[in-house]
Design a protein around this ligand. Structure first.
Ligand SMILES: Cc1cc2nc3c(=O)[nH]c(=O)nc-3n(C[C@H](O)[C@H](O)[C@H](O)COP(=O)(O)OP(=O)(O)OC[C@H]3O[C@@H](n4cnc5c(N)ncnc54)[C@H](O)[C@@H]3O)c2cc1C
Length: 411
């Protein structure tokens, strides 16, 4: 594992810091991971574009599609430096972390030329249309149909929990194109224009107060043939690329999820003197535990990055990284709010937002998004510990003959 920047990386870090220092006024701060106000969308699109023009977005992407042919470590340095100043995550996170890498791996030349540059510049925002009311962890069980129509397809059905669909221009979508094949074999992967007729986006409000994700309904919405990614009925292979990138994005590089431990320590300092000696001792222990775990998460992240830099393909360690990072984020947010005591009902910070409360109420979602804790433990159990795989009763059975489909058909 390499801990220190190489001389080139140190130079790169300085250039990122200089850029951030020079553009502090433009920096979208706070801990809102998602956006439901128009002016925030505009501000964050402008910020991503500025960062792109400075060469700090899509660093590892091929130069011919707008990237820099850089290293994963360079991209991680940008993420680290932005996190240090409390910058909000980039608005096109799903495009950058999932849709883009999937198009680079499986898209046609025309798709890459059409979509990658506007995605990097945040001129076009992307969302992920995978989950359905009855298909989340069991993603291959999606029932939404895509039916051939002339030169293209028409899609009908519902997606749910679609982050950012309310301001997205395009989505990556998995739909069933042949229900007579076993469930993984009858899926295709599409690019969907969110502005075509028949697309309805309805916000879902979360306990954090944000309406960051949505239900999305498709009523015979058209998809042209050129928006198919990969082969007809070959969508599962493409979707796996998206999911691997998603896990890597959330838990891969050791970046803090939620609020960093240094900020917790700063936040805790003035509160410690208000506590009884017994309580203070307990809180200090909790702070120490958070610090140890934060260090362990970061160092494991650096090890994964070192592997990536040496050309290794990410494996189940990205799942372990997400599991540990989410647990820590929840622990930090919870302790931060407890330290506020009764003030938690009212307190804001110097920037006027209630970020401890916000992060505490939004962090449970992290344990669900991008693979639930239980699913990640299944992956670790099977692929790291070598435990027996879960029984898969529908393996090889045509999708329209599976038990659930038979029950639904009988209704
Ligand atoms: C903040 C947030 C943002 C999201 N954004 C998006 C998005 O942009 N696009 C998108 O497509 N989806 C998105 N999702 C949806 C997310 O991918 C799903 O919620 C997730 O995959 C779980 O699916 P589910 O909600 O249907 O729960 P289910 O799969 O129904 O799971 C319910 C419970 O059963 C457990 N469980 C299920 N199967 C197993 C098993 N085999 N073994 C053990 N336990 C199991 C789960 O762990 C969970 O506790 C988002 C979710 C959240 C919370």
């Amino acid at each position: 594992m390499d801990f220190d920047d190489t001389p080139e990386e140190a130079l790169w870090r300085t250039s990122v810091r200089d850029f951030i220092g020079a553009h502090g006024d433009e920096l979208p701060g706070g801990y809102e991971r998602y956006v439901d106000r128009e002016e925030k969308v505009v501000q964050r699109k402008r910020w991503q574009r500025l960062l792109y023009e400075a060469g700090f977005v899509g660093v590892t992407w091929p130069r011919e599609y707008g990237g820099r042919d850089g290293t994963p470590m360079q991209q991680a340095i940008v993420t680290q430096e932005l996190a240090k100043v409390g910058a909000a995550t980039l608005i096109n996170g799903i495009g950058l972390g999932m849709a883009g890498p999937t198009l680079i791996a499986h898209g046609s030349e025309a798709q890459k030329r059409r979509h990658l540059l506007p995605l990097l510049r945040a001129d076009e925002i992307w969302c992920q249309l995978f989950s359905e009311p009855a298909a989340g962890s069991d993603l291959a069980g999606v029932t939404m149909r895509a039916i051939r129509d002339g030169d293209g397809w028409r899609v009908r059905g519902q997606k749910v929990w679609t982050s950012g669909a309310h301001y997205a221009d395009f989505g990556i979508l998995v739909a069933r194109t042949d229900p007579t094949l076993p469930k993984h074999a009858g899926l295709s992967y599409f690019i969907v224009d969110m502005h075509v007729p028949g697309v309805t986006v309805r916000p879902l409000r979360q306990m954090s107060g944000d309406a960051a994700f949505n239900e999305v309904f498709f009523d015979d919405s058209p998809i042209p043939m050129e928006n198919l990614v990969g082969e007809v009925n070959g969508g599962w292979r493409v979707a796996i690329t998206t999911l691997m990138n998603e896990r890597l994005m959330i838990g891969g590089g050791g970046a803090d999820l939620g609020i960093g431990v240094e900020e917790l320590l700063k936040h805790a300092a003035p509160h410690l003197s208000d506590l009884t000696p017994e309580r203070r001792a307990l809180v200090r222990q909790e702070l120490g535990q958070c610090y140890i775990e934060a260090l362990a998460c970061r160092l494991s992240g650096y090890r994964r990055l070192t592997g990536l830099s040496h050309g290794q393909i990410p494996g189940p360690e990205a799942s372990a990284g997400k599991l540990a990072g989410v647990a820590l984020a929840r622990q930090i947010a919870d302790l931060g709010v407890r330290l506020l005591g009764d003030d938690a009902l009212f307190a804001g910070d110097a920037r006027g937002d209630r970020h401890w409360q916000y992060v505490m109420s939004s962090s449970p979602g992290l344990a669900i998004a991008g693979g639930t804790n239980e699913i990640l433990k299944n992956i670790i159990g099977e692929r790291v510990l070598g435990l027996p795989a879960e029984p898969r009763l529908d393996k090889g059975v045509p999708f329209d003959a599976t038990a659930r489909q038979r029950v639904e058909a009988a209704r």
